[in-house]
Design a protein around this ligand. Structure first.
Ligand code: MEV
Length: 435
């Protein structure tokens, strides 16, 4: 059984979690988050019955399962977290945990976030006198906001709803004068897409009436740059030493990698993909719309007209490595799939977050950790050695190895330097009929 000080001290530094049997990992997580039998059953079964899946989308013919892991070692704003991650890619959870350990050596992450302000857009066309229309909208601002809030329901009850209005003018476009009205909407603990879209549809006829224009699109923007989250942290140079390079040398290589991603969009895309490996895995686990966050993150990365990295890295006054990430994070802990998928509830319990903002802050820290892990690996060993262990296991499974033989076959392929499907098949056959 595991050391009970893990729970007493509530430290997420659970050493060698990956070496422990799956049942022990489940027991640790259960005790960490007070999971119920229902949660544990959901972890076994996938959290979604076929008839529930059938109510979620159209033309359902089945369900699709992915591995659910937890990353360790996270210390964010002086609170310990286990991070639930749902992802098919090997090494991501291990790399994230390792990087969180490095940040912990520097005091953990400091993270913060904006209010949960979403932006909804109304495209107003057939505008005859744009200055007059902008003034009219400004004059009726309070009325428009009140109308938007007639639909706010549970979000209003939680203190949210429409809070402001802005207009943007696009002159002489190929479709004539175009005014875009932004409705700023405080979604509180929800992601807010439904609430915002409902509010936009509610106010559009009124906007047409007062302006004499014609409303075309009414939809939220996924560039939710008024709903940003940040995370920052340091790693002592002494923690970054590697068998073939000293800590300061590894820092220099990481800083070179960071400049590469800052300047070159080809590299920035991959650098940011690594960040989103962590962010998305957490968002999927918690039932969030990860495509919305992806869209916002990449649009934000291109905000200056050239696509760049979402993180910045530098050497601090002690010669230690310091990193910072900022990205739009429109996430919720209520509504949407968080309601239907039981594992989303389980994931939120494991995290122990109390608000959407706290979830966004954790997601930013996870993105920064994942980024550090990738850059450190790339700047030292390369990423293939870490990937290959799990890849070899996947090949063994694909070759039909029984569960109890998977690790041994993977190890043998690795030792031979032949991590290939044909070799996995040969080894499976040899085990079936040893000569
Ligand atoms: C692989 O999923 C992610 C990386 O390519 C990220 C990066 O290159 O920074 C390792």
């Amino acid at each position: 059984m595991y050391d009970s000080s893990i729970m007493r001290e509530r430290r997420s530094t659970i050493s060698g979690l990956y070496k422990r049997p799956l049942s022990e990992r489940q027991a640790i997580t259960r005790d960490w988050a007070d999971l119920t039998d229902k949660d544990l059953r959901a972890l076994e079964e996938g959290g979604l019955a076929l008839h529930e899946a059938d109510l979620m989308i159209e033309n359902v013919i089945g369900r699709y399962a992915l591995p659910f892991g937890v990353a360790t070692n996270f210390l964010i704003n002086d609170t310990d977290y286990l991070i639930p991650m749902v992802i098919e890619e090997p090494s991501v959870v291990a790399a994230c945990s390792y990087a969180a350990k490095l940040f912990r050596a520097g005091g953990g992450f400091q993270a913060s976030s904006d209010e949960s302000l979403m932006t909804g857009q109304i495209q107003l066309l057939d505008v005859e006198d744009r200055s007059r229309v902008v003034q009219t909208i400004e004059r009726h601002k309070a009325e428009i906001i009140d109308k938007a809030n007639e639909t706010a329901g549970s979000i209003k009850a939680r203190g949210g709803g429409a809070v402001d209005l802005q207009t943007r003018v696009f002159k002489n476009t190929s479709i004539g004068e175009m005014i875009v009205v932004h409705l700023l909407y405080d979604a509180r603990d929800a992601m807010g897409a439904n609430a915002v879209n409902t509010a936009l549809e509610q106010v559009s006829p009124f906007i047409e009436k007062i302006t004499g224009g014609r409303v075309n699109l009414r939809i939220l923007s996924n560039l939710s740059d008024k709903r940003m989250a940040w995370a920052e942290g340091s790693i002592p140079a002494s923690a970054l030493g590697h068998e073939c390079a000293s800590g300061p040398e590894v820092i220099d290589s990481i800083l070179e990698a960071a400049v590469f991603a800052e300047l070159d969009p080809y590299r920035a895309a991959t650098h940011n993909k690594g960040i989103m490996n962590g962010v998305d895995a957490l968002l999927i686990a918690t039932g969030n719309d990860w495509r919305a966050v992806e869209a916002g993150a990449h649009a934000y990365a291109a905000r200056a007209g050239r696509y760049t990295s979402l993180s910045r890295w530098w050497k601090d006054e002690h010669g230690d490595l310091r990193g910072r990430i900022e990205l739009p994070l429109a996430v919720g802990i209520v509504g949407g799939a968080t309601r239907v998928q039981r594992l989303a509830q389980t994931a939120l319990k494991i995290l122990g977050v109390q608000s959407a903002r706290q979830l966004a802050e954790v997601a930013a820290a996870v993105g920064l950790a994942q980024n550090l892990a990738a850059m450190r690996a790339l700047a030292t060993d390369g990423i293939q050695s870490g990937h290959m262990r799990m890849h070899a296991r996947q090949l063994a499974i694909a070759a039909g190895a029984p569960t109890e033989d998977v690790v041994a076959i993977a190890q043998q392929m690795k030792a031979e330097g032949k991590i290939r499907l044909e070799r996995a098949r040969e080894l499976v056959n040899q085990r079936k009929s040893p000569s």
